[in-house]
Design a protein. Structure first.
Length: 409
């Protein structure tokens, strides 16, 4: 069974655009399933649509010889743009486009030759390939959509429990409402904090099997990222990955990391680049107006999936008893905010005397929202953050705690 993803409507709206639609994200987040849903939709509308994967060596060999040879595997040929508008557009869905020897040239050739008559929807296993293999020659010829592991709402959708989704929607509209299903919802929320949102993990009901699937992601698919990105010293890369997992929500000090894993800072920078571009971590930048009083060039690190983060540390114990439950909650709200805002809108604030606010969202210049996350809201002390509220009166400061996992933010 294929489940809807929240990103799907935006992708479907782009199908009428002549530009290529590129779907990127970490391995195993469901890009192929989204491609299948698009195929079903276009087929049901009577469109000419065909799907290929570059994991098929025959297809890959053909396109590496010449881009036009992709049509050796498609029963219909598109009409070249210079000969006029085709009676019906051909939709070509290509999975794992990064395996092409030169994906930039491949996609540019198809766009320029068949512009308007051929619509390509392609997936790539990470933005790493898009950045390093896709050059500016595709500017104006593509739009990139980023698919992440499941949000909590999608996690509930995958559990096929519409009643719980409706319950959350109702509680969001009526915050004072005390749901009779709150204990059930909180148990699922704790499960999400522990095992994250990879689709295969979400669909697996057995906790032991969830751990096995996450360990497979850690040991197999992440290693494929390492191999295909040309990372050297795999053991040191994994050590840095584990250190970041243990520092979730903290500043990333490149120099300290280089000393700990005994590599130079240039190597640390490359490791961080690969982890970001493969969608495993996000390095959150600081928000500041006064460079002398407000720290820092150092980012904070968050994970795009908490299950993978916990697998790196081999920590799957009950959330309530964990010393790092505050870090889990903070990372969860990062995931929530990342769903709603562009990443360049999302920052954190910290001063030289270590006053800190976890998340600052600039909704327009000089205005926005600020969030401080505590496991228990009693720990939220706005009176201690007057430096921020005095400097940025147009930013609404709010506290978030464990009981707010469902609230609109």
């Amino acid at each position: 069974m294929l489940f809807q993803r929240s990103l799907l409507p935006a992708i479907e709206n782009h199908l009428s655009d002549k530009r290529h639609t590129i779907i990127t994200g970490a391995r195993q987040v469901g890009k192929t399933s989204v491609l299948k849903l698009i195929h079903q939709k276009l087929k049901s509308e009577g469109q000419q649509v065909f799907q290929l994967t570059l994991e098929d060596s025959r297809v890959l060999h053909s396109i590496n010889e010449h881009p036009d040879q992709v049509f050796e595997h498609v029963p219909i040929l598109p009409k070249p743009a210079q000969t006029g508008v085709a009676d019906q557009r051909l939709y070509l869905l290509i999975d794992e486009v990064q395996y092409a020897a030169d994906p930039t040239h491949f996609l540019k050739f198809l766009y320029d030759k068949y512009e308007g008559n051929l619509k390509v929807v392609a997936t790539g296993s990470s933005a790493f390939y898009i950045d390093r293999k896709f050059t500016d020659s595709l500017a104006g010829r593509k739009r990139v959509f980023q698919l992440y592991p499941l949000s909590l709402d999608e996690y509930l959708t995958f559990r096929n429990d519409k009643g719980l989704l409706d319950e959350i929607a109702y509680m969001q509209e009526r915050p004072s409402f005390i749901s009779p299903r709150m204990a059930e919802l909180k148990a699922i929320f704790y499960e999400y904090l522990t095992f994250g949102g990879y689709p295969a993990v979400a669909l697996e009901p057995n906790f032991s099997e969830k751990k096995q699937l996450l360990n497979e992601l850690k040991n197999a698919y992440v290693k494929r990222d390492i191999a295909e990105s040309g990372v050297s010293m795999e053991a040191k890369f994994f050590l840095l990955f584990q250190l970041l997992a243990d520092q979730t929500g903290n500043l990333v000090n490149r120099h300290e990391l280089s000393k700990t894993i005994q590599v130079d800072t240039k190597t640390v920078d490359n490791y961080l680049y690969v982890l970001e571009k493969c969608y495993h971590v996000h390095l959150l930048k600081p928000f500041f107006r006064n460079l002398q009083k407000e720290l820092t060039k150092m980012p904070k690190v968050y994970f795009n999936d908490l299950g993978l983060r916990n697998a790196l540390l081999n920590r799957f114990e009950l959330v309530e008893t964990r010393a790092d439950k505050g870090a889990l909650l903070e990372n969860y709200f990062f995931i929530r905010l990342r769903q709603q805002y562009e990443t360049d809108q999302l920052r954190f604030w910290r001063t030289t005397d270590q006053q800190e606010i976890d998340f600052v969202v600039e909704t327009s210049f000089g205005e926005g929202k600020a969030y401080e996350v505590k496991w228990n809201k009693q720990g939220f002390k706005p009176e201690k953050l007057t430096k921020f509220t005095d400097a940025y009166p147009q930013f609404q400061l709010m506290g978030l705690d464990e009981a707010d996992f469902f609230v609109k933010i």
